[in-house]
Design a binder for this molecule. Structure first.
Ligand code: ADP
Length: 493
């Protein structure tokens, strides 16, 4: 079973399941990163503390040697005491080391030892951590060996010191030159030994700090690579999450569009029956209606009509979003399209006693475009103007042609669009507050559709409006079709 097997198993899981796995992985890698970071800090801080401790150790050792040699000349007991005092630094560190070597060690003893060795109390934790965790690891092992050897040399130094002390503190026999000479020779030999020990110690001290420094550099590189690895892994996992989520969202969006499309198609059939029946009743095909019956059925017919409009808007939105539109470009007579659109809405115009004016440039040429799409856009603009213009208002429609495009303007003296909501007017399902108060019927889909359709025609749509004064909608349309993008699928919905 290789990685492929696991990958296949992984792909069989649900999206939520997969996301949970990946997010758990991200959290795990983050935790590893954090632990690695904490570990790095402690290793670096422990290494620094050992390098510092070694400095104190060497300095004290040099001082001890100095005091001991001085004592051989001065015979002053206080020099010897100082020698002993300086060696306490090494003895303290040794106490800590020996205690840490025990399987079960006493922290207090270690602590006491390190503090005697001049180390800062706050560093003790990391000193212990590095020793216990890495005592047997490459560079730390070499450093500990040097340290152990150094302690042996300190024992030698103390032993030689003791001999010197004994010799110096015993009063010489006053008149025996032979003994005095022998004593001087012994002292000289002891001092010689002190210097030899000092030399060996110097070598060990250098070895200790060089090893630690080299180790610290090695560790820094290793940790850096681990950190790079973790960061790269995190980046990769985040990328996978991002791709998965976006694919899932696209799939969900498609499902939603498919669902809306299917549901709308299914609603259409019963609605057609309802509308057809109410129209037949209103036409009194099955007998005369009373005034009350007429009112009820009219309400039914108008609700049915609104619902049919909503369904056709929903289907339009679906087909726009599924990109199942195909342009059918032909030579179109702008003027006659507009006449048709106005004619279709003549009833509403009359009902609201709206004064409509249509001005068309005499030179308006034929336009290469998709007639049905253009008609739909203009129907929407005109029906909005009628809907949002109070009775006795005015609507002006103008067509101007330039060299390569036509500009259609639909103006009204209606309720206008509040400034603060103008930027949302082409958004799906958006209706301005004043429009909702003025006319409850409306889906907020018309302009969203119109904008998408105009874009298909490579045109442009925009408006300007002043609340309570009126609105101008503009559609700019290319006269020639060479720039149209081809769309797949069939025109449906
Ligand atoms: P609706 O079904 O609400 O008319 P549309 O998408 O056609 O939806 O229009 C969106 C909104 O734009 C409307 O609700 C209204 O607020 C505003 N609007 C559109 N045309 C006009 C207009 N001629 N006058 C005032 N407001 C308009």
């Amino acid at each position: 079973m290789g990685i492929r097997h696991y990958f296949r198993q992984f792909k069989k899981r649900t999206v939520q399941n997969r996301l949970t796995i990946i997010i758990s992985l991200v959290i795990f890698v983050l935790l590893v990163g954090l632990v690695n970071f904490r570990l790095s800090m402690r290793v670096m801080s422990g290494t620094r503390a050992y390098v510092g401790g070694e400095g104190l150790w060497s300095k004290a050792q040099k001082e001890a040697v100095f005091k001991l040699v001085r004592y051989t000349n001065s015979g002053d007991e206080s020099d010897y005491q100082e020698f002993l005092k300086y060696t306490e630094v090494q003895l303290g560190d040794k106490q800590a080391r020996l205690e840490m070597d025990k399987p079960r060690f006493d922290r207090n003893i270690v602590r006491e030892g390190f503090i005697k060795g001049g180390n800062h109390p706050d560093d003790v934790r990391d000193l212990i951590f590095l020793y216990r965790g890495f005592r047997d690891v490459s560079y730390m092992r070499t450093a500990v060996e040097a340290w152990t050897e150094g302690d042996k040399e300190i024992e030698n130094l103390l032993y030689v010191g003791e001999q010197i002390h004994e010799l110096v503190s015993t009063p010489p026999m006053p008149d025996n030159p032979a003994i005095r000479q022998a004593r001087a020779a012994e002292l000289a030999s002891l001092v010689e030994q002190v210097y030899e020990i000092d030399e060996r110690l110097t070598i060990l001290e250098d070895k200790f700090s060089a090893t630690l420094n080299e180790g610290a550099r090695g560790i820094a590189w290793t940790l850096l690579w681990i950190n790079i690895g973790i960061t790269a892994l995190l980046g990769l996992l985040s990328l996978v999450v991002g791709v998965m989520v976006s694919r899932h969202l696209v799939r969900l969006d498609k499902l939603k569009t498919d669902f809306v499309s299917l549901a709308s198609h299914q609603l259409r059939t019963p609605l057609t029956a309802i509308n057809w029946s109410s129209e037949s009743l209103l036409a009194e095909k099955s007998g005369k209606l009373t005034q009350a019956q007429k009112r009820y059925i009219e309400a039914l017919a108008s609700a049915g009509q609104r619902m049919a409009n909503l369904i056709s808007d929903l289907l339009r939105v679906s087909s726009i979003e599924m990109k199942t539109y195909e342009l059918n470009v032909e030579e179109v007579n702008l003027r006659s399209v507009l006449d048709g659109v106005v004619k279709d809405q003549q009833k509403e115009i009359k009902q609201k006693k709206i004064n409509l004016d249509l001005t068309v440039d005499a030179r308006v040429p034929m336009v290469q475009t998709d007639e049905q799409i253009l008609r739909e856009v203009l129907e929407n603009l005109l029906s909005n103007s009628i809907k949002y213009t109070p009775e006795d208002g005015r609507i002006d429609i103008q067509i101007q042609t330039m060299r390569t495009y036509a500009l259609i303007r639909v103006s009204d003296t209606g309720i206008g669009i509040p400034k603060s909501q103008q930027s949302q007017i082409f958004s799906k399902l958006f209706r301005a507050d004043n429009a909702q108060r003025h006319n409850s019927a409306g889906t907020g889909l018309g302009l969203y559709i119109a904008k998408a359709l105009v874009k298909m025609l490579n045109g442009n749509i925009w408006f300007d409006s002043v609340e309570d004064k009126g609105t101008n909608f503009y559609v700019k349309l290319p006269l020639y079709s060479e720039h149209y993008s081809k769309r797949k699928g069939s025109k449906n919905g």
